[in-house]
Each structure stands twice: as structure tokens, then as C-alpha cells.
Design a protein around this ligand. Structure first.
Ligand SMILES: *Cc1c(COP(=O)(O)O)cnc(C)c1O
Length: 308
């Protein structure tokens, strides 16, 4: 899969570019398409024939996994363990609907009984004679960190190739950070190719320390890379996962009007807004800056009513 990088029209004292991961040609795109493909590759290599994913109603990863399973696995071979929101609710979302259409079987859990629920689903698969592949590793969600990191390790090579071809050098790369699988991959790629860009992650879910810790875990699983290279800020969190304000909605409006590009309030819209503040606060000007649009287009449609 290859992505498009192009210049962006946006008021900012720098040349802004955007990497359109949202346009990857499968299942509405996004970083989770690349990551889900890595999981499928690994599952096949390990001879397993039944995939178990984990994610909330808003999860883009769940949608991408379910869609790939719909294409490549017989029916009944994709299970999703899904926690409720922090307030206990289960919102209707486009991602959840698409995953259902693709044949995903949902097993609900709370934030407290994830491990037991995952274990139960694995046992059920085994009882059917299937060899389950849980994307996060063991029932506690550990042990498979290196696999998703490959996705943006490879994508970094694309970014480096683009710079080589065009002669345009990025001084700074920004992206939203959740678990940190994506930024860990970029850092691993940069490390290998001795890249010189600053890569800054805007945490959209966790306080800074916890976001760095999570990303470190992914990076450490991938290879011996100095974790000091991880730069993640928790300054633009706006209260936590899924929370946003007028400023974020305003960014989404401007981006849509000026570029015809959808951002969502949970990931890309929040991170893009954070990036603009970061650029102001650090007095960055006259640079070539790349924003990675990590996708989440179904979430744009979930939120469009709030935006109007
Ligand atoms: C999951 C996701 C992220 C965060 O990626 P991590 O690798 O978890 O840090 C960012 N943007 C979108 C649209 C996502 O779905």
C-alpha cells in the first residue's frame, strides 16, 4: 500500500504537507489498515485461522480487522472483544456498524474484565477446533507489540523515499498518538535510515507519561532503539480520549472548507489542532512540516452533526 503526500492550504507560517493515510485503498483507509494487514500477515505465518481483535465502538482497528477477515477468512472467524465507554455507554458508530456487516462477532466486556473475556473467547474458538490469534498477544494484551510496529516502520521508508524523489525535506513530522504503535514504527524507521526530522506525537488519549510509556513498550519490542527519541506531548489532550472542544471542531471546519479533507474530533482533528498550537508556542516558521492523516473517516461522519 502506498500513500499520497501533498501540500496543504492552511493558515500557518510554514509549508504544511499532509500524508493521506486516510486514502489508502481499503476499508476507508487509515493507519489501522496498514496495522491490520501486519496482523493478518503474522497470523498466517503462525498458521492460525481465527482472529480476535479488541476495541471500543469507535475503534478504527476493529473495523479494519473485521473487513480483512470478511475478505480472507471463512465466516465466523473474527471475534471482537469490546469494552463500553468510560461512562458505561455503547454508542452507535459507523465503525461498529461496518464491523458487524463484515461478520465480526462481538463479545462485550467492561474495562475491568478484559483479560477474562479475551480468555473466554479464545477458549470458545479452541473448542471449535480453531487456532485463535489474539492481536494483542496474551490475554493481558502483551507479547505481540513488534508486529503492529512494522506498519509504520515501512511507512517511514515511504516518507523518506518521497523526500528523496521530490527534494523536499521535512524538518518536522506530527501525528496523533494513542497506543503509540504508529509513532514507534516511524521512530524505528527513522533510526534505521538515520532520518533527521523531528517527529512529535500529539497524545489524544493518555496523559503524557502514560502515552510515552505505552509507545516505549512498542518501540522496545521492535528493537534496540534509544527511547529518548520518542517525543510525545500530552499538552493538547483536552481531557482525554474522545473529548474535544470548539477549537477542534473549528479546525475540522476549516480543513474541510480549504482542502476538502475530513478530520475527526477524536484523532486527527484533535492532533492537527494541537500541532497548530505547538507550532505557535515553539515559534516555528519557514519550515516544511508533515502531518500524518492517520484516517478515521467513519468518525468524521459520526461527528458531522456536532460540526454543523
Ligand atoms: C488508532 C489511531 C491513532 C493512534 O495510533 P496509535 O498507533 O494507537 O498511536 C491515530 N489516528 C487514528 C485515526 C487512529 O485510528
Amino acid at each position: 500500500m502506498k500513500s499520497v503526500i501533498h501540500k496543504l492550504k492552511y493558515p500557518c507560517r510554514n509549508s504544511l504537507y499532509i500524508m493521506r493515510e486516510d486514502l489508502l485503498p481499503f476499508s476507508f483507509g487509515g493507519n489501522k489498515v496498514r496495522i491490520a494487514l501486519e496482523f493478518f500477515r503474522d497470523m498466517k505465518a503462525k498458521g492460525r485461522g481465527c482472529i480476535i481483535g479488541y476495541g471500543s465502538a469507535r475503534s478504527n482497528l476493529v473495523r479494519a480487522i473485521a473487513n480483512l477477515a470478511g475478505m480472507f477468512l471463512p465466516e465466523g472467524r473474527v471475534h471482537i472483544v469490546s469494552p463500553s465507554e468510560a461512562d458505561g455507554s455503547r454508542p452507535h458508530t459507523f465503525n461498529r456498524t461496518i464491523a458487524g456487516i463484515c461478520g465480526a462477532k462481538f463479545t462485550y466486556c467492561t474495562r475491568e474484565n478484559v483479560a477474562e473475556t479475551v480468555e473466554g473467547v479464545m477458549r470458545r474458538c479452541e473448542a471449535e477446533g480453531l487456532k485463535p490469534y489474539y492481536v494483542n498477544g496474551d490475554k493481558y494484551g502483551r507479547g505481540n507489540e513488534a508486529v503492529p510496529v512494522c506498519a509504520y516502520y515501512r511507512a517511514y521508508h515511504e516518507i523518506a523515499g518521497w523526500q528523496e524523489e521530490t527534494g523536499i525535506k521535512f524538518q518536522h513530522i506530527f501525528l496523533p498518538v494513542g497506543t503509540g504503535m504508529t509513532i514507534a514504527g516511524l521512530i524505528a524507521g527513522k533510526h534505521e535510515l538515520c532520518g533527521e526530522e523531528n517527529i512529535t506525537g500529539i497524545s489524544i488519549a493518555r496523559p503524557e507519561l502514560s502515552a510515552v510509556e505505552s509507545a516505549c513498550r512498542y518501540l522496545a519490542a521492535f528493537g534496540e532503539i534509544n527511547v529518548d527519541e520518542l517525543d510525545i506531548t500530552g499538552k493538547y489532550l483536552r481531557g482525554g480520549y474522545g473529548l474535544y472542544d470548539e477549537e477542534v471542531l473549528n479546525t475540522i471546519k476549516i480543513m474541510l472548507r480549504l482542502n476538502g479533507i475530513p478530520l475527526d474530533p477524536t484523532y486527527t482533528g484533535k492532533a492537527f489542532t494541537g500541532m497548530c498550537s505547538y507550532i505557535e508556542e515553539h515559534d516555528i516558521s519557514g519550515k516544511n512540516i508533515l502531518f500524518i492523516h492517520t484516517g478515521g473517516t467513519p468518525l468524521f461522519f459520526d461527528s458531522i452533526i456536532d460540526i454543523t
